[in-house]
Design a protein around this ligand. Structure first.
Ligand SMILES: NC(=O)c1ccc[n+]([C@@H]2O[C@H](COP(=O)([O-])OP(=O)(O)OC[C@H]3O[C@@H](n4cnc5c(N)ncnc54)[C@H](O)[C@@H]3O)[C@@H](O)[C@H]2O)c1
Length: 259
C-alpha cells in the first residue's frame, strides 16, 4: 500500500528526536511538507537543512501558549501530531515520594503543551477544505494501566486519551479525525530517563533493565521502533483511515489489549 500525502502539510511537535522525528520523516517520505516544532532549535535546524526545503523548523516551547498561537496563525495545517512530552525525572511508587510541585512541569508540557498546540492549530485546521485533515495525540500505555512509575506523566497521558475523544466528537462534523497513539517501549532519551531515575539504575544497565521490563509486560516481548509510529501516523492521516476517529492505537507488543 503506497500512501501519498503530497501537497499536504503536517505539524509535528517533539520533532527533533525520537518518535516525533520518525513521524516527521514518515510524513516527508509520504510527500508531505513538515512544520517541525520542538524546543531544541539546534536539532531542528540540522533536520531542516538536511531536508529538501519541505521542512520548516519551528523552535518553540509547547508550554508557552502565546508565542505558539502567534507562530501557528495563518499556517496551513492538514495534519497535526503532538509528540512533545517530558517526564518528571523522578520515580513515584508510592506517589507521595514526589511533591505536588513535581507535577507542574510535567502537566504543563505533557498535557497542557498538547492542549495549547491543538487550540493554536484549530483555526488552521478549520480553514478551507477540511475533509482530509487529522489530529494525532501521542499518549502512552502509562495512561491506560495505572502505571506508578511517574504519576503526573501517567495522569497527563490518560487525560490526552480523553481529550482525543472529546476533540474527535467536536471536529467530526468538519470531517476532521482525532486519534491517540500509544507507544509501549521505544529506545529514546525519554525512555532512558525512566531507567536513570529508577532504583535499579545503579545495579543494571539500560538495556538489561529494559529487556527484563519488556519480557515482563509485553506478550510479544520486543522493543517498538520509532519508525512503526511514523508508519501508523501516516496511515492515520490518510484516506485509508477515513472511518477511524476517537481511537487509541496501541503499538506496544500487546501490553494493553482493548475489549
Ligand atoms: N519512548 C517510549 O518508550 C515512549 C513510551 C510511551 C509514550 N511515549 C511518548 O512518545 C512521545 C515521544 O517521546 P520520545 O520517547 O520520542 O521522547 P524524546 O525525549 O526522545 O523526544 C521528545 C521531544 O520533545 C521535545 N520537547 C520536550 N518538551 C518540549 C516542549 N516544552 N516544547 C517543545 N518540545 C519539547 C524534546 O526536545 C524532544 O525533542 C512522547 O509523547 C512520549 O510521552 C514514548
Amino acid at each position: 500500500m503506497k500512501i501519498s500525502l503530497e501537497g499536504q502539510t503536517a505539524l509535528v511537535t517533539g520533532a527533533a528526536r525520537g518518535i516525533g522525528l520518525a513521524i516527521a520523516r514518515a510524513f516527508l517520505e509520504a510527500g508531505a511538507s513538515v512544520l517541525a516544532l520542538d524546543r531544541d532549535a539546534a536539532a531542528l535546524e540540522a533536520i531542516a537543512s538536511a531536508a529538501d526545503g519541505r521542512v520548516q523548523a519551528m523552535p518553540l516551547d509547547v508550554a508557552d501558549y502565546g508565542p505558539l498561537s502567534e507562530a501557528l496563525a495563518d499556517r496551513r495545517i492538514d495534519h497535526l501530531v503532538c509528540a512533545a512530552a517530558v517526564g518528571s525525572g523522578k520515580t513515584g511508587f508510592p506517589f507521595w515520594r514526589m511533591e505536588p510541585a513535581d507535577w507542574d512541569r510535567v502537566l504543563g508540557v505533557t498535557l497542557m503543551g498538547v492542549v495549547n498546540t491543538v487550540h493554536a492549530s484549530v483555526p488552521a485546521l478549520l480553514a478551507g477544505e477540511t475533509e482530509r485533515k487529522s489530529v494525532l495525540l501521542v499518549s502512552s500505555v502509562a495512561g491506560q494501566i495505572g502505571s506508578p512509575t511517574d504519576p503526573p506523566y501517567s495522569a497527563a497521558k490518560a487525560a490526552l486519551i480523553s481529550f482525543a475523544q472529546v476533540a474527535a466528537k467536536d471536529l467530526a462534523p468538519h470531517g476532521i479525525r482525532v486519534n491517540a497513539l500509544s507507544p509501549g517501549m521505544v529506545r529514546t532519551d525519554l525512555n532512558r530517563s525512566v531507567h536513570a531515575a529508577s532504583a535499579e539504575a545503579g545495579s543494571t544497565d539500560y538495556e538489561e533493565w529494559a529487556r527484563e521490563k519488556i519480557r515482563r509486560v509485553a506478550p510479544l516481548a520486543r522493543w517498538q521502533e520509532p519508525e512503526e509510529f511514523g508508519a501508523m501516523s501516516v496511515y492515520l492521516a490518510s484516506d485509508h483511515a477515513r472511518n477511524i476517529t476517537g481511537q487509541t492505537l496501541n503499538i506496544d507488543g500487546g501490553q494493553v489489549m482493548h475489549a
